[in-house]
Ligand binder design. Structure first.
Ligand code: ADP
Ligand code: MG
Length: 354
């Protein structure tokens, strides 16, 4: 080879190297995990500037922690954590007085109340007394007596939760009422975190809040993010793969904190109209842009019968639904047909989602 050819090759290699360097510089990855709201949260972001990525993720976590503290129902009375929890202070004043709260608490509760009405009570954040009775918050969940359930049910009704938007106060009408934001706060906090990342100019990110997924933009290869929906009955198996761009996917399923008693399976998602664990569905995944809405709706659609859920989802713009029902069927919104990949049609009946 002459020096004349070596030079262009060297230039080409150099240019190639530069292009590669530019490319990888564009998509530096930064990931940080934190334990919050009883779950491992993971935020992964991509961008040019490592320093900016770190700052943005730290700010996103600060915002998540703030929401988590407002919504925490379990700190010890008298502690600083108890005083900074709007939910604890509202519950403490049930039947007594309205409590001044943060704007975000007002927003979470108004949204929750809206979907209680829309679901005719299948979803209800005043489910606290029932959750406590079943003991799902602690280490020893157990089957209560029918009398105990009847008594707790008299305290469950979102219409007795008075949210005053002007005064920023919340009042529970009956003594003994208790809010439980277990189905709301994680998604709301996730959406807030996504907004913070966007404010920092982040355009590629994945937030995984214990299976509540929110993505910004596309992944580092400029493709849709791909997430798997867990098989609710076989650990480590996946029933479907979903491509996601600028949206969220949130699953409510019956395999957390489940126990068996007298040959029956009980779990932490209750039907507030009966007081017992909901039985129609074993896994409900909602795909919609707002992770807060997705969290609420995943619980709504877990509790309602599949047919009702699919009907209701079809009336909500931008909302898609994927269900694994108790009679081992996979069903989903018709709009998912083109994008979703079903991977376990052997274990479940799948008639093109119908
Ligand atoms: P995950 O535990 O996976 O986040 P969900 O988002 O469905 O699942 O939330 C379940 C939690 O919501 C329960 O642990 C409880 O705190 C609360 N909850 C249970 N049943 C209901 C209901 N019908 N409506 C509103 N909240 C509920
Ligand atoms: Mg939920």
């Amino acid at each position: 080879m002459t020096r004349r050819t070596i030079l262009p090759i060297a230039v080409l290699v150099l240019l190639g190297g530069l292009a590669w360097f530019q490319y990888s510089r564009r998509f530096q990855e930064y990931r940080s995990d934190q334990f919050l709201m009883d779950t491992l949260i993971s935020i992964t972001v991509y961008g040019k500037n490592q320093e900016l990525l770190r700052t943005a993720v730290a700010a996103a976590y600060a915002e998540m922690r703030r929401i988590a503290e407002l919504a925490d129902g379990f700190p010890q009375p008298g502690t600083a954590a108890w005083r900074s929890s709007d939910i604890c202070r509202i519950n403490d004043q049930a039947g007594k007085a309205p409590v001044p709260v943060d704007d975000d608490t007002v927003a979470m509760l108004l949204q929750a109340q809206k979907y209680s009405r829309l679901s005719h009570g299948a979803f209800d954040v005043t489910v606290g007394p029932l959750m406590e009775l079943w003991g799902f918050g602690g280490n020893n969940p157990h089957l209560p007596s029918p009398e105990q359930i009847r008594a707790a049910l008299t305290l469950v009704n979102s219409e007795d939760m008075i949210v005053n938007k002007q005064d920023h106060t919340v009042f529970l009408r009956k003594a003994g009422m208790k809010l439980d934001l277990g189905a709301v706060a994680k998604g709301y906090a996730t959406e807030k975190a996504a907004s913070v990342l966007a404010q920092y100019g982040i355009d590629k990110a994945l937030i995984d809040a214990g299976g509540n997924i929110r993505v910004i933009g596309r992944n580092s290869r400029n493709s849709p993010w791909k997430i798997g929906i867990k098989d609710p009955r076989t650990s480590d198996a996946i029933v479907a793969i979903l491509p996601l761009v600028d949206t969220s996917a949130v699953t409510s399923a019956d395999y957390y904190r489940a126990f068996e008693e007298q040959g029956k399976r009980y779990h932490h998602i209750l039907d507030p109209r009966t007081g017992y664990s909901a039985t129609h569905t074993i896994s409900a995944t909602v795909i919609t842009k707002d992770a807060g809405l997705a969290d609420i709706l995943s619980t709504v659609f877990f509790v309602l019968p599949a047919e009702k859920s699919l009907e209701l989802a079809a009336t909500l713009p931008g909302v898609e639904l994927f269900l694994v029902t108790a009679d081992s069927r996979i069903r989903h919104s018709p709009t998912l047909s083109g994008t979703i990949e079903i991977t376990r049609s052997d274990a479940y009946r799948y008639d093109e989602g119908r």
